[in-house]
Design a protein around this ligand. Structure first.
Ligand SMILES: Nc1ncnc2c1ncn2[C@@H]1O[C@H](COP(=O)(O)OP(=O)(O)O)[C@@H](O)[C@H]1O
Ligand SMILES: [Mg+2]
Length: 247
């Protein structure tokens, strides 16, 4: 066990808007962190800064104990190791499910197409999408697209998977199949950081829950601490806003 990714005093400003106001986080190997917070509190920005899809304005990110610099080689290594799944628009529309999963294996990892296809088949099988491997995203449901997106991220064998509201753009009946895949990853001890509004899922999924408020970590702890006995008034107010809060 060790710290896989560390964020230290992360700040991010867009123009005059200060979105992250000093966020510190250690992600331990095997941890499953759920990040909660109101819309606009900086959750997506934080995840994007963790894998340098956004450049932090200040602060540092460490991967495996070493600070991540800004050379292309270091950023490439970080992005391979810190996979990401977004809320929507995950897949390349002009590629099949198989093509989507193979793409970075060939272009980033330099595999042959045969090697990439073998790995992609295995990953698509794990999310139960092998039978749709030659389908284009437009012919897949939102839930199926997200499962392919997860397969694509996992194909790179990341050390950490970041998931930014992976179910929030889905029709309610499709949420379950994606959460099931995420649960299966948890069972395999995948290290994950999940931004979600599915509080019931977060309660069972997470080893640690973090409440982000106004660009800062306001409160964190076990699911019982944060979701059932929050110490902070802002956390209490946030949770009260969810009327379907039952677990
Ligand atoms: N690229 C950007 N340029 C300008 N403002 C941005 C950008 N990305 C996010 N923001 C702003 O930063 C704030 C936090 O956004 P975000 O991290 O997406 O919040 P959350 O994911 O918690 O809803 C919002 O006010 C948003 O409008
Ligand atoms: Mg967001």
């Amino acid at each position: 066990m060790g710290v896989v990714v560390r964020a230290e005093k992360l700040h991010k400003t867009f123009g005059t808007l200060e979105v992250l106001k000093g966020v510190d986080l250690d992600v331990q190997e095997g941890e499953r962190i759920a990040i909660l917070g109101k819309s606009g509190s900086g959750k997506s920005t934080f995840l994007r800064c963790l894998n340098f899809m956004e450049m932090p304005s200040s602060g540092r990110v460490y991967f495996d104990g070493a600070p991540v610099g800004t050379s292309q080689a270091e950023l490439c290594r970080l992005r391979i190791n810190v996979g990401m799944v977004f809320q929507s628009l995950n897949l390349f529309p002009h590629m099949t499910a198989m093509g989507n999963v193979m793409e970075a294996l060939v272009s980033v990892k330099g595999m042959t197409k045969a090697q990439a296809r073998a790995i992609a088949s295995e990953q698509l099988g794990r999310v139960d999408m092998l039978s749709k491997s030659e389908s284009y995203p437009i012919n897949l449901s939102g839930g199926q697209q997200q499962r392919v997106a997860i397969a694509r991220a996992l194909a790179m064998e990341p050390r950490v998977l970041l998931l930014d509201e992976p179910t929030s753009s889905l029709d309610p009946e499709l949420v379950g199949e994606v959460l099931k895949v995420i649960n299966a990853l948890a069972a395999r001890k995948m290290t994950m950081v999940l931004v979600t509004h599915e509080l019931g899922f977060a309660y069972h999924f997470a080893s640690r829950v973090i409440f982000l408020h106004d660009g800062r970590i306001l409160e964190q702890g076990t699911p019982d601490q944060v979701l059932k006995n929050p110490a902070e008034k802002r956390t209490q107010e946030f949770l009260t806003g969810f009327n379907e809060f039952s677990f």
